[in-house]
Design a protein around this ligand. Sequence first.
Ligand code: PMV
Length: 336
Amino acid sequence: MKATAVAPSNLALVKYWGARDLTRGVPRHPSISMTLSRCLSRCTVEATADRGEGSDEVLARGPGGRMEPATPGFARPVLRHVGRLREEAGGGPRVRVAARNNFPTGAGLASSASGFAALTLAAARVFGLDLTAEELSVWARQSGSGSAARSVLGGYVQWPSAEGGELEGPARQLAPPGHWDLRDVIALVDPGEKAVSSREGHRRAGSSPHYRRRLELVPDRLSEVRSALRRRDLAALGPVLERDAVELHLVAMSSRPPVFYWAPGTLRVMEAVRGLRAREGVAAYYTVDAGPNVHVVCSADDEERVASRLRELAPVQEVLRDSVGPGPRYDEEHLL
Ligand code: PMV
C-alpha cells in the first residue's frame, strides 16, 4: 500500500508570524495566501511489512539526485507527524516516506508548507483516514509548518478562517484559482538554506516591541486584502502586501535575539521593483518570506517584463515564475 501526493507552495499576502501554540501550529492571527501552481512538493508514503515493530524511515533527494536517508533535522518533524496521524487512525503499519521538491528548499519559498501538505495527504491515505479538506488543513498545520494549513487548498486562501476570532480552525478558500490570474515572479538572490528557521522566528516574534502593534494592525489589513481580492484590484492589494512583508521583517529584526533574513540583494530587488513602478508604470509589488528571496506579484500581462528586469540585476541568480493554482492532488507517479 502506498500513496503519493503532490502539493503546491503558497505565497502569503498577509503573513503568518508568531504562534499562540507552536507545537500545534496555532497562529496568533489569521493570514491570507495565494496557492502556487509550479513550486511543488511530491511525497510518497509506503507501508512496510512491519506492524508495530521496526521504525519508520524518511528519504530525501541527496546531493547526487538519488533518494537517500534524510538528515535527522529533516526526518524528525516528518516522523513526528506520521506518528500522530497513525495514532489518529488507531494504529497502522510502519512506513517509508520519500519527499522531493522541484524548487530550492529552505530559502523562503515555503518548501515546508508544500512538503508537509503533501505528507499529510499521503500519510492520511495510507493510514485509511478519510479526512475532509478542513480536517486535512488542521492536521497540516500541526506538522511543524503552520502555513501548510493553507497549501491543502487552491486559489486564494485565508487561515484560519477565524470569523469570531477562532484561531484553531482550518483554512478556507476565499476565491478559486480562476478568480484572478495573479503571477508570482520569484527573484532568487541566495538559494541556500536560511540560518534561522521560521519556527524559531515565530518563537521570537513576541519579544519584539513592535509585535503588539502588528497584532493591532492585522485585522484591518486582512479586510483590505479580502476586498482587493474580491475586486481584483492590484493597485489596492500591492501596497498592503508590501507593508505587511516589511512589517514581518521589522518584527524579526527587532526580536531578541534579532533575526535578519534579508541579504543585500533583497534590498536591490525591492528598489528595482519600486523603480519599475515609478519609471515604467508597471504594477508590480514585492513581498519577502523568512528568507532573502523576493516574490514580485504582478498581472499576467506584466510578468514577462518583470521577469526580464529582475534577471538583469547582478545579485539575482535565477528567476522562477509561478501563478495561482488548484491545490494538491493524489498522483500515481510514486517516489518509492
Ligand atoms: O509555515 P511556517 O511555520 O514555516 O511559517 C511561515 C512563515 C512565513 O512564510 C514567513 C509567512 C507565511 O505566512 O507563509
